[in-house]
Design a protein around this ligand. Structure first.
Ligand SMILES: O=C[C@H](O)[C@H](O)[C@H](O)COP(=O)(O)O
Length: 266
């Protein structure tokens, strides 16, 4: 999707660094794709990174730009002594290929800063994550960080969690997953919940996470109300490993949109 950006002045530096703008060109003439917006948000987030930090490296098409940028700054010597903690095997491979030194929470239990995308952001900076399947490791790493900067294009903004009508993922163990799915659906029947196993390809094989589990995607017709209560109820179901609601975790959300960059702090 190409988006005209008449007022992108606030994002000028990030757009220039992302290679989307020449010093002489005018932002008002730019036509930016959704991926360009993701890149601009990611480059802005990397401005929060300082040498010596332990960094949570997010997963997904937006976070990928941030990891690329961190790799580039390390290569240029503008960042030094970074330790990255990847939130998925995919990000692990990307970071390795960029030469970013890697570790894990066992060795580095305190993370200075994590940068990651999101599938939904509500007005209170609560998130849905995990449509790419990486919610469990993301929640572990991002739950251990001092600052959690979320990067999204404006299509991810919702009035309430579940408001996009798209999936809220729940990671479950494979054993009797249908039973777990029916318990999840029943839990939110007043919100018109439909629970579906995430599958892959034409054969409809179950999608298997990095942790060897399945994902049950929950679709809601209306708000599920109190998120903390919903979270507690989901986590009480035996068979559930983790859910994709990230409640009160983001400290900053950077939104790239038609009118430029918006930085929302908690
Ligand atoms: O499991 C995937 C992660 O939670 C992603 O950060 C999230 O799905 C957003 O991904 P994208 O930046 O590709 O929209």
């Amino acid at each position: 999707m190409a988006i005209p950006c008449p007022n992108f002045i606030a994002s000028e530096k990030a757009a220039m660094e992302a290679g989307l703008l020449l010093p002489s060109s005018s932002l008002s003439q730019l036509i930016l794709t959704q991926d360009d917006l993701k890149k601009i948000a990611a480059y802005k987030a990397v401005e929060y990174v300082e040498s010596g930090m332990v960094l949570g490296l997010g997963t997904g098409s937006t976070a990928k730009h941030a990891v690329d940028r961190i790799g580039e700054l390390l290569r240029q010597g503008k960042l030094k002594d970074i330790v990255g903690i990847p939130t998925s095997t995919k990000t692990h491979e990307q970071a390795l290929s960029l030469g970013i030194p890697l570790s894990d929470l066992d060795s580095h239990p305190v993370v200075d800063l994590a940068i990651d995308g999101a599938d939904e952001v509500d007005p209170y900076l609560n998130l849905v994550k995990g449509r790419g399947g990486s919610l469990l490791r993301e929640k572990m790493v991002e739950g251990a960080c001092k600052k959690f900067v979320v990067i999204v294009d404006e299509s991810k903004l919702v009035n309430y969690i579940g408001g996009s009508g798209l999936a809220m993922p729940v990671e479950v163990i494979q054993f009797c997953w249908k039973f777990t799915a029916s318990r999840l659906q029943k839990l939110f029947e007043e919100s018109g919940c439909v629970a579906k196993l995430r599958t892959l390809g034409e054969k409809g094989e179950p999608y298997v996470t990095d942790n060897g589990n399945y994902i049950i995607d929950l679709y809601f017709k209306q708000s599920i109300g109190d998120l903390k209560a919903a979270s507690d109820s989901i986590l009480q179901i035996a068979g559930v490993v983790e859910h994709g609601m990230f409640i009160d975790m983001a400290t900053t959300v950077i939104v790239a949109g038609e009118l430029g960059l918006t930085v929302k702090d908690k």
